[in-house]
Write a new protein. Sequence first.
Length: 443
Amino acid sequence: MSFDLQGFPADSEALATLSARGLAYRLVDTRDAAATDAWVQADFRGFHHARPRPIDLEFDRGMLADRRVHGVYDPTIADPAVPVATVSSWPTGLSVPGGRSVDAWAVSSVTVSPTHRRRGIARALMLAELQNARAAGAALAMLTATEATIYGRYGYAPAARSATVYVDRRRAHWVGPDAPGRVQFVDAASVREIAPALARRAVARTPGEIDRWPGLLDRVLGLHDPEGERSRSRRVVRYDDERGHPQGFAVFHVTREPNEPGVAEFDFFAAATDDAERALWRFLVEQDYVSGTRGLLRSVDEPLPWLLEDPRAITLTDVVDHLWLRVIDPVAALAARRYSTAGRLVIDVTDPVGIAAGRFELVVDDAGRAEVTAIDSAEAAASVKGARGIRLGVGELGAIYLGGVHPSVLARAGRISETSPRSIELADRMFASQRTPHLSIWF
């Protein structure tokens, strides 16, 4: 999605709402170092991070140059240059079933100072981001949520879960196939050259993954602060196939007490092939002088239990919602993905905000390709009379979109209803995904 992030003004409703409360809603000029640094300070404070160092400020300035950045300012506080609320957003691709990508609007850095709670700031920011997503032509908006009770009121819903995977080293006996290539330690800078292409291929394999931006790759590889303790503790391994072509890489570190076995922990793992995925997993779980291996933000449906002799060597903890989706344009969103069975389904969507409300006809051919039509006339409505159909809210549509939540589960919860018999059954089959949706990063 090609889009000028500064090409439209701040949302007028947010401007008016916050102005009435004595606050200023402002688009931050990321070319202004002082204004950007003040915004970063508020962002770090909002997430309870230590105050940013000069190297952190420099890094974030570069990253924010590719985002649309807003702050809310209170002219009456001791330091009015530092915003009391923050949000950043940008257009990016979201992987969907069928190995395709849809234009989405990523929302991040949502903070409100505890000194300014209950003034309608978060609501103004979140509603403004929906309008920003529309202006950008995005089919969906998305975010990763630190709290699960905030975003549903704006039409978001959890669409992909994540888990922490722990493997007990003493019980990790590999029985999976040997990979034809090899895993080797490599320099982080050398991986950075091939990381964008490898990450794109890895992302395309799994619904729910999003495009990796340059700053993220610099951060996970430790290149943004090479002499920092965290960066120096990281090790990078790359998997090359039997022809010597790189097909994946992982970044890990070992944490331990003095003279005690440690834990090998990783939070970035990119595999463009099944062989690469298996080889990297084997390397990570067969470390010496560790008690176990911990993978953060892993899929709830990893192949790992089928690669070890003892599947009980694996423990899943912190299984939570992770990626939240909000449909903006149902026609574009529904048409972007592939479906698991042919069929015709009429979908009635309600949306309290009014952005995505309407009736839509989804027609899928034998190859899983979809045609989607908005039914906005009496003649069109008559043409689908008696067709199988479902009624649901915009949040429920986001929940089932990637195939991670079955429509029948939401029907049992009273969140989806059918307009004709066996419609839910058809929706289950159509929206099913061959691969469990998963997002392996925060944003």
